[in-house]
Design a protein around this ligand. Structure first.
Ligand code: 6PG
Length: 468
């Protein structure tokens, strides 16, 4: 029997995705640059091996798939994707389909979609979230490209995707790079959620002097409430883990230097291009960057000393509320960014659908996303923080967020994502801001002009002529 689909790249994610596809009953042809990996994959596929056709050459791979063919690429983002497309193009028919399932920069996906329209074969860019476990048993999938191409492979993608109460967490997001754009925003939110969790962990560890095991219990308790989410769950698990080498808490043995592959940074750069405001995500990327500058931090500590930290004036209940507020604000920023991109790129990205797709399978899955899906279904044009459900939550929790940030400031505990979220919230509810001062300064030094509050037609201040 001919395979229904092909997959290139049998690294961890590719191998897991291929097994998932085979398990759902779709015969799959696979190819990896190292032939022994390809054969090893079939050998290790166990009961699924009869669904797997290992191919030694790309020509064999193409020949093994039923036309019109679809081939998934699971290779490192960047040049490797372009190289594979270049190698596949002469082997594939014009109406065949290449699907890039890696974490591509969405601008690259736009370019590849345009090249595909000119030279063929067809091209889809899909964002796949959920790590190794998700790839194997059900990821969230965000697709971009031609609707007809999505529809063609949707039966397979829906089958392998995570399910939320039976509904597949896979959806078409829009043309060209829309799927990879939504995945990048997912990752930006992932960074911010992780950073805020790291910040409240810091308050517990350094401000309240709690041990990792006690912190684990707090996260486990929070995971039963409004904060229920995969990231809170695993934060409880990593806090509870013991290092096999030393017998100490595992967390205490891990160097505080965070890695990143770039998706969070791309989200921030794109938000700047769109003048969208995502300070919690920006703060999270900043914090990762600064975490890796260990030498700078040690130099700072040598000069200024570590601020007195213990005895933070904050309760665990306030911390939980602060985290709830921070989380709502960070998601409100992320969805507003998608909204801004929808308008700017003329991609009508389906906000409620995005929230629905994120409810299961992906790294940021959480019970709150179901409430977000509901709020965005009611009205996708309004900022999420204004939806009554979330407005009520924020009214009840922003006081605690203030208390936590104030306690952090007084104790010398940095809380960049939470604090920038609060500043954004306060700016978002300030009808009369201080930008009149900015406008006055701009007019003074550069005669840039301003609008008046009373409508009088005079764009300049009495300082005209004083400028340089
Ligand atoms: C996901 C993740 C995943 C990402 C890792 C690592 O949704 O499954 O976002 O795609 O690659 O989380 O990302 P960083 O190395 O940038 O932290």
């Amino acid at each position: 029997t001919q395979s229904q689909i092909g997959l290139i790249g049998l690294g961890t994610m590719g191998a897991m995705l291929a097994l998932n596809i085979a398990e759902k009953g779709f015969p799959i042809a696979v190819w990896n640059r190292t032939v022994s990996v390809t054969h090893g994959f079939k050998a290790e596929a166990g009961a699924l091996a009869d669904k797997v056709t290992p191919c030694e050459t790309l020509a064999d791979l193409v020949a093994a798939i039923k036309p019109p063919r679809a081939i998934i690429l699971m290779v490192p983002a960047g040049q490797a994707v372009d190289d594979m497309i270049t190698d596949l193009r002469p082997l594939m028919a014009a109406d065949d389909l290449i699907i890039d399932a890696g974490n591509a920069l969405f601008h690259d996906t736009d370019r590849r979609a345009a090249e595909a329209a000119e030279k063929g074969p067809h091209f889809l860019g899909i964002g796949v979230s959920g790590g190794e476990e998700g790839a194997r048993h059900g990821p969230a999938i965000m697709g971009g490209g031609l609707r007809a191409d999505w529809d063609r492979v949707a039966p397979i993608l829906n089958a392998i995707a995570a399910k939320y109460k039976g509904e597949p967490c896979a959806a078409y997001m829009g043309p060209a790079g829309a799927g990879h754009f939504v995945k990048a925003v997912h990752n930006g939110i992932e960074y911010a959620d992780m950073q805020m969790i790291a910040e409240v962990y810091g308050v517990m560890r350094d401000g309240l002097g709690m041990q990792a095991a006690e912190i684990a219990d707090v996260f486990k308790a929070w995971n039963q409430g409004p904060l229920q989410s995969y990231l809170i769950e695993i934060s409880g698990e990593v806090s509870a883990a013991t290092d096999t080498h030393t017998g100490k808490p595992m967390l205490d043995m891990i160097l505080d230097r965070a890695g990143q592959k770039g998706t969070g940074r791309w989200t921030v750069i794109e938000a700047q291009h769109l003048a969208a405001t995502i300070p919690a995500i920006e703060a999270a990327v900043m914090a990762r960057n600064l975490s890796s500058r260990l030498e700078d931090r040690l130099a700072g500590e040598a000069v200024f000393g570590t601020a007195p930290q213990a005895g933070a004036n904050v309760t665990l209940a306030q911390l939980e509320q602060a985290m709830i507020a921070g989380k709502i604000l960070c998601y409100a920023q992320g969805f507003a960014l998608i909204s801004a991109a929808s308008n700017a790129f003329d991609w009508p990205m389906p906000l409620p659908e995005i929230a629905r797709v994120w409810r299961e399978g992906c790294i940021i899955r959480s019970s709150m996303l179901n409430d977000m899906a509901t709020a965005l279904t009611e009205d996708a044009t309004r900022n999420l923080m204004l939806a009554p459900f979330f407005a009520d939550h924020l009214k009840a929790s922003h006081g605690a967020l203030r208390q936590v940030i104030a306690a952090g400031a007084l104790s010398g505990l940095p809380l960049p994502a939470l604090a920038s979220g609060l500043a954004w919230f306060d700016m978002m509810r300030t009808g009369r801001s201080t930008a009149n001062m900015i406008q006055a300064q701009r007019d003074f030094f550069g005669a840039h002009g301003f609008e008046r509050v009373d409508g009088i037609d005079d764009k300049h201040g009495p300082w005209a002529g004083h400028g340089i």
